[in-house]
Design a protein around this ligand. Structure first.
Ligand SMILES: Cc1cc2nc3c(=O)[nH]c(=O)nc-3n(C[C@H](O)[C@H](O)[C@H](O)COP(=O)(O)OP(=O)(O)OC[C@H]3O[C@@H](n4cnc5c(N)ncnc54)[C@H](O)[C@@H]3O)c2cc1C
Length: 290
């Protein structure tokens, strides 16, 4: 299996800035994210504070980012990393059962603005999950609810519906849906998850649904779940000025490490994370040569 120098999780300004700076330093990079780069980029109508690009729209800035990374031969792998495991000498980046290997990791997953539902945190691992395809086998023949925040969640819902007895899909966005005909789509606002030992019911604004499991598929999962053992402080990944986390070889940049939530700050931190990862790899390689 090919082992990359740097696995970058996230295709927003932090992740892409890390990628170009690592590529310029001849590092083998793999970027995980999506073809739109970042919903926070394409949704911005007008950006006034990105140096050199006065009054640019988010979509235009996205096109500029894309042409920059393409000019360096970089491509984005359109996959969502579920877990990152520190294996001692390298990191295993998991997409369901598929594994990628990298010497170092840069977490640039952005921040989730939406708050957990009432009761959600209480039932995590007890009927509430964040990776539908990972946990689907637990729900064979059972009733499952998938709350999806983006189109990618539809694929996960379709997959789970093949195993589950009944699947309800609750889209948290307005778009045409591409879900299996067996899925019951519910256009309503989830309010609370209730149960005794595990999640039993989802309370929505206009109805309640009894269930065995609920998957909440937001744009990003919390970094503590993504990388077990990662130190989190006040909801953000704890880093030093070199963007080092508490795990050797693991760096983080952008909104996921703290405020202000701004493009240029994210891009600047991506640069620092790439330089730190590069220095770490170079030192490790020199030691191995001795
Ligand atoms: C509507 C709007 C307007 C804004 N306007 C401005 C502005 O004018 N000026 C300004 O400076 N800032 C603005 N911001 C803030 C700015 O968008 C963020 O600060 C910036 O996008 C942060 O960049 P990032 O790379 O850290 O994260 P993001 O841009 O959030 O990118 C993270 C990426 O990682 C991906 N990802 C997450 N988890 C995974 C995973 N497990 N596997 C694979 N990929 C994953 C996400 O899908 C996303 O593509 C605005 C934000 C919004 C929402």
């Amino acid at each position: 299996m090919e082992r990359y120098d740097i696995g970058i999780i996230g295709s927003g300004p932090a992740g892409l800035s890390a990628a170009i700076n690592a590529a310029i330093r001849n590092k083998r990079v793999i970027i995980f994210g999506n073809s739109d780069l970042s919903s926070k980029l394409v949704k911005a109508p007008r950006i006034n504070n990105y140096l050199g690009f006065k009054e640019i729209s988010g979509v235009e800035l996205k096109e500029n980012f894309l042409s920059h990374i393409n000019s360096l031969g970089l491509e984005i792998v359109n996959e969502r990393i579920n877990n990152v495991y520190a294996m001692g000498d390298y990191f295993a980046l998991m997409v369901n059962e598929k594994m990628y290997e990298a010497e170092t990791v840069i977490v640039a997953t952005g921040i989730e603005y939406t708050k957990p539902f009432k009761g959600e945190e209480q039932f995590v691992g007890k009927g509430v999950g964040y990776c539908a395809t990972c946990d689907a086998p637990l729900y064979k023949g059972k009733t499952v609810i998938v709350i999806g925040y983006n189109k990618e969640a539809e694929d996960e819902a379709n997959y789970v519906s093949e195993l589950a007895g009944k699947l309800y899909y609750i889209p948290m966005y307005k778009d045409e849906l591409n879900v299996n005909s067996s899925i019951e789509v519910v256009w309503d606002k989830p309010l609370e998850i209730i149960g005794v030992d595990s999640a039993e019911k989802l309370v929505l604004e206009n109805r309640e649904i009894e269930t065995d499991g609920i998957f909440v598929l937001r744009d990003s999962i919390s970094p503590g779940q993504l990388v077990p053992g990662l130190k989190i402080e006040e909801g953000h990944i704890a880093v030093d000025r070199l963007m080092k986390t508490n795990i050797e070889g693991c760096y983080a940049a952008g909104d996921c490490v703290g405020k202000p939530y701004q493009y240029i700050k994210a891009a600047g931190e991506g640069l620092i994370a790439a330089l730190s990862a590069t220095a770490y790899i170079d030192i490790k390689n020199r030691k191995n040569l001795k």
